[in-house]
Design a protein around this ligand. Structure first.
Ligand SMILES: [Zn+2]
Length: 96
């Protein structure tokens, strides 16, 4: 007798400020199976992901190297720059 419960929306935390938000409200950075660090615009890419809630938090996560730690990857300066650029584009695109 399976009683179906309403699944609560999955909450994720921003790796910089720890603020919680629904998955769709955060920006996901993923380490793909190939070990490439990318901004995950779909939020559905396979691999280990880390979330940030804002551009300021992205910068904090990058500056503190928390992004690399969260993804269990050693990111190069280039990785950080590339990902930061893509996330910023997405953030600005979303807010107009
Ligand atoms: Zn945040």
């Amino acid at each position: 007798m399976a009683e179906v419960q309403n699944k609560p929306k999955r909450q994720r935390s921003c790796i910089a400020c720890g603020g919680k938000a629904a998955k769709g409200e955060l920006y996901r950075v993923v380490k793909t199976a190939a070990g490439v660090i990318e901004f995950d615009a779909s939020g559905k890419a396979a691999g280990r992901g880390a979330y940030v809630c804002s551009e300021a938090c992205l910068e904090k996560a990058v500056a503190s190297k928390r992004l690399g730690r969260a993804l269990r990857a050693s990111l190069t300066e280039e990785d950080y720059e590339r990902v930061a650029l893509d996330v910023k584009k997405a953030i600005r695109g979303a807010t107009g």
